[in-house]
Ligand binder design. Sequence first.
Ligand code: PLP
Length: 448
Amino acid sequence: MPQSERGRAIYEADRRFVFHSWSAQAALDPMVIVDADGCRVTDADGRSYLDFSSQLVYTNLGHRHPAVVEAIRRQAAELATIAPAHANEARSEAARLIVEKAPASLEKVFFTNGGAESVENAIRMARLVTGRYKVLSQYRSYHGATALAINATGDHRRWANDYGAAGTVHFFGPFLYRTVFHARNEREECERALEHLEDVIRFEGPGSFAALILETIPGTAGIMPPPPGYLRGVRELCDRYGIVLILDEVMVGFGRTGRWFASEHYDVEPDLMTFAKGVNSGYVPLGGVLLNGATAGFFDTRPYPGGMTYSGHPLACAAAVATITAMTEQHVVENAALLGREVFASGLAELAERHPCVGEVRGLGAFWALDLVTDRDTREPIAPYGGTSEAITRTLAAARDAGLLLFHQYHRVHLAPPLTMTPEEARHGLALLDEVLEVTDTYTTTGA
Ligand code: PLP
């Protein structure tokens, strides 16, 4: 509970009137944030925190970027809103810029209000184009919280919503550190994961799948960059069985991994790509589906049976135009790559050497996960799958006390700072994390 009068009023109204996502309401104790600038946020008592989470991995330009704020202000004064059927400058220009940055085969944008709606519409398009129903998606994935997107999701959040999953089939992707294929190296993991996927397709009915959806680099599920050849192998299987390949780049798109889109690291082009979050740094809700020529062309003569009141909202699109322009002019994607190469890769390797609680460090660009364990040999996670523990709760509390905001899930903490962060700020964050991990170490078999 904040000390200041204003902070207490905000907190009390929140607890009384606001219903929060994913939570048992009575247990909540939300931090009151009153200000944010660049890579820092300030709470109601004036404490400043370094944001290593980009909130939910979306403030890619940091807070209060002047060009984006000004673009929203100007758009609000000129044409705050207009129905989706009308063409308008902000939407046309946003679509043009997004297509320009996207993989070459993607030609058109269908705008939505966020990630889950993008996933819903991409799957709907795939079903219409193929005339098939079933959808393949990975365990260890997150695709959103609407009915179909949560069914496609491969983490525990699906379980409570699992009443409309007909036709959604899950498979394991490659993840050597916690391999389900008993692989000893990346090559074996890749080969076995592809064999497993083909077996699932064959045993579920090769002619029944409309779409295969996966995160180019699974994000919330643990930041697992796929081994070389995996995504090319998935692309080949999709081609062989006539399945539409949807890459979900809601979290990794728009520079997060040091390229505009993560698919560029793997030289693979999807039929459809979903995006949201970083497209406009989350200043106004926006998402979308990028369509290749064949999919877009399918709907040239057949009406597309889907839409939203706010599809391509001018305020959101104006923010996207300003975001993409600023990212280009300020070389923000290059900065994300540099942070990965020159700060996080070596800085986190050093932390892993010093702290027995770090089982594995994974990531690239401004997108890193620490797999926290009680024992490096057994790789026992410090919190169970789908759950929490005293070790992770105390780790997160220590981060907050140190003035550091981290993204976390189960036994992992993720570092996903704004892509505008300077190397000095990132190094400072790692120094704070070093202190925080001292607390986590006390829960290990060697550090206790
Ligand atoms: N897809 C991915 C890969 C995501 O990470 C998320 C959200 O974190 C979503 C979809 C859902 O996006 P939204 O919360 O905007 O609906």
